[in-house]
Design a binder for this molecule. Structure first.
Ligand SMILES: Nc1ncnc2c1ncn2[C@@H]1O[C@H](COP(=O)(O)OP(=O)(O)OP(=O)(O)O)[C@@H](O)[C@H]1O
Ligand SMILES: [Mg+2]
Length: 527
């Protein structure tokens, strides 16, 4: 970054040399000395090439730096949010990753360089101007600093406007997600027109906020152009009248020569150039800062991380045992106290208790998916912590209440460990084989995120087939029979009992008295 700054300052410093060569050649023509022209032309062209090279190289370095920063941030965000979600909608996080992070690029590439140039180039050109004429120096000295003052004033407004625009982008995305997931209800309730009207309202709000940002951007460049135009015009008037002999003061001893006057005229616009670039980059800065503010807010958000790295690991050694002592699970903004109990290989247990007591939280804690505020979970003789969690999870299969199907073929989903066992016996065991046969592409069907194509009960039976196939010893099932008809519930109970008879340990969280009665023990949560 610093090297890129150096290169662009160097590129800026070449112009006075080119301008001097040009002025020298023109002064030569007037004096009838054409011999200077080839030299001046050579210097001018060489300077031009060098300048272009420096600018190009600086641009390359900056774009690479920006790309790296953005992809690094993006990867960090995705890994972190996948591990432990902040209390923010997925649409908003997607907006941040896809739409807002790239806004850091112009900020990194343009703004920081403009800042470095503003700190060096105007000062150098000012000193050169003062060297030839104190009046030109004075004009630049007065017109120059007015620009940053105005820009700071405008900048404050720009930042606020940008932040409002970012918020609107985020909530627009959240709304799209919300309406898409409720599409069926919207159709059934005949609310499509209302939803459409909501969208156009939101789009209009986003338009207004975007226009506000643009207005400020245009205003800041107008202010700048005004000051630089006045500054350059005053220098031109002074130089013109001096050369005509109308003005005899302003330069140090002798009046300005034609060459000196031309030189001053040529470098005056470049005195304002860095300010111009800064103004153009000013709203990049505003956008960049509001993205940073969002990233900071996300960094500071309270989140419940899970234990371990979520990597494939070798299963934990030793016979399967599990015990809880004084465990308090720490959910965001809530503590859930869990009862003490222990379990050995082949045993089964039902977590019962009223809704909201903490049964699901208990299962998640047993899988190391919820951090503990107090107490200890011991698994296979080890404390369940960051070191042991992945290895522990390699020995358990979780059957959640609402299965989530990733976008992959069923056979791949059924066999995450790539053991290539024949899935049909397990599917038959879970009484879901007929369902798979009915799917359009059988085992090659992709069910997708929402499990489209199978019912809730079928999805749960697929989940159990997967648990059977995995060969994992402990099955954690959350409300496996909830909201199912008695026949389907019976199928699921049969499959679970089969697992139990084959030496698996089973823990279910359930309201179903039939299922609870079939387990060896019942432990009440929330007592
Ligand atoms: N992600 C979360 N953040 C904050 N609080 C939560 C979260 N998940 C659950 N809770 C709270 O923790 C408590 C226990 O929830 P849990 O889902 O474990 O109950 P449950 O016994 O499984 O209930 P149900 O029988 O309805 O499934 C509830 O009061 C719930 O509001
Ligand atoms: Mg629950």
């Amino acid at each position: 970054m610093r090297f890129a700054g150096l290169l662009s300052v160097l590129a800026g410093l070449i112009w006075p040399i080119q301008a001097a060569a040009l002025a020298w050649a023109i002064a030569g023509w007037i004096a009838g000395d054409m011999g200077r022209t080839p030299w001046a032309a050579a210097i001018f062209v060489a300077g031009g090439f060098l300048r272009a090279f420096c600018d190009h190289r600086a641009g390359q370095i900056l774009f690479d730096a920006a790309d790296q920063t953005i992809s690094h941030q993006r990867a960090a965000l995705i890994t972190r949010e996948a591990r432990a979600r902040a209390p923010l909608g997925s649409a908003e996080i997607a907006a941040l990753i896809v739409q807002k992070l790239p806004l850091l690029q112009p900020w990194i590439t343009r703004y920081s360089i403009a800042m470095i140039k503003v700190a060096v180039l105007p000062l150098v050109l000012l000193l050169i101007s003062f060297w030839f004429s104190w009046i030109v120096g004075l004009v630049l000295l007065v017109a120059g600093p007015l620009i940053p003052v105005f820009m700071i004033l405008i900048g404050m407004a720009a930042e606020q406007a940008s932040r409002r625009q970012m918020d609107e982008i985020g909530s627009m995305n959240a709304m799209v997600m919300d309406r898409l997931s409720a599409m069926l209800d919207i159709r059934l309730l005949g609310a499509a027109d209302k939803a459409l009207a909501d969208f156009s309202d939101r789009a209009e709000a986003l338009r207004i906020k975007t226009m506000a940002v643009l207005r400020i951007a245009f205003l800041s460049s107008t202010v700048l152009e005004l000051f630089s135009a006045i500054g350059v015009a005053m220098v031109a008037v002074f130089v013109g009248f001096t050369l005509l002999g109308e003005i005899t003061f302003g330069s140090w001893s002798a009046p300005l020569s034609l060459g000196e006057g031309l030189f001053l005229l040529l470098i005056a616009p470049d005195f304002f150039q860095p300010f111009r670039e800064l103004a153009a980059a000013w709203h990049d800065r505003a956008a960049g800062l509001s993205v940073l503010a969002e990233l900071d807010a996300l960094d500071g958000a309270e989140r419940a991380p899970f234990l371990g790295e979520a990597r494939a690991a070798r299963p934990l050694d030793g016979p399967l045992t599990l015990s809880l002592a004084g465990v308090v699970a720490a959910l965001p903004g809530r503590r859930v106290t869990l009862p003490d109990f222990s379990l050995k290989r082949g045993q089964s247990l039902a977590l019962i208790g009223e809704s909201g007591a903490g049964k699901s939280t208990g299962l998640a804690a047993l899988a190391g998916l919820v951090p503990l505020a107090d107490g200890q979970i011991t698994v296979c003789g080890h404390r369940l912590d960051h070191e042991t969690a992945d290895a522990w999870r390699a020995r358990i299969a979780l059957v959640p209440q609402r299965p989530h199907f990733p976008d992959q073929p069923l056979y791949a989903w059924l066999d995450p460990d790539k053991r290539h066992t024949d899935p049909w016996p397990a599917l038959k065991r879970a009484e879901v084989d007929q369902v798979v046969l009915r799917l359009p592409y059988g085992l090659r069907t992709r069910l997708g995120e929402t499990g489209g194509g199978v019912s809730g009960g079928e999805a749960r039976r697929l989940m159990i087939a997967r648990a059977i196939l995995s060969g994992r010893e402990l099955i954690l099932a959350d409300e496996p029979t909830a909201d199912l008809d008695p026949d389907t519930a019976a199928m699921i109970i049969r499959a679970l009992m089969h697992l139990k008879e084959n030496g698996h340990s089973v823990i279910v969280a359930t309201h179903d008295p039939d299922l609870a009665a079939l387990m060896d023990r019942r432990v009440e949560v929330g007592q």
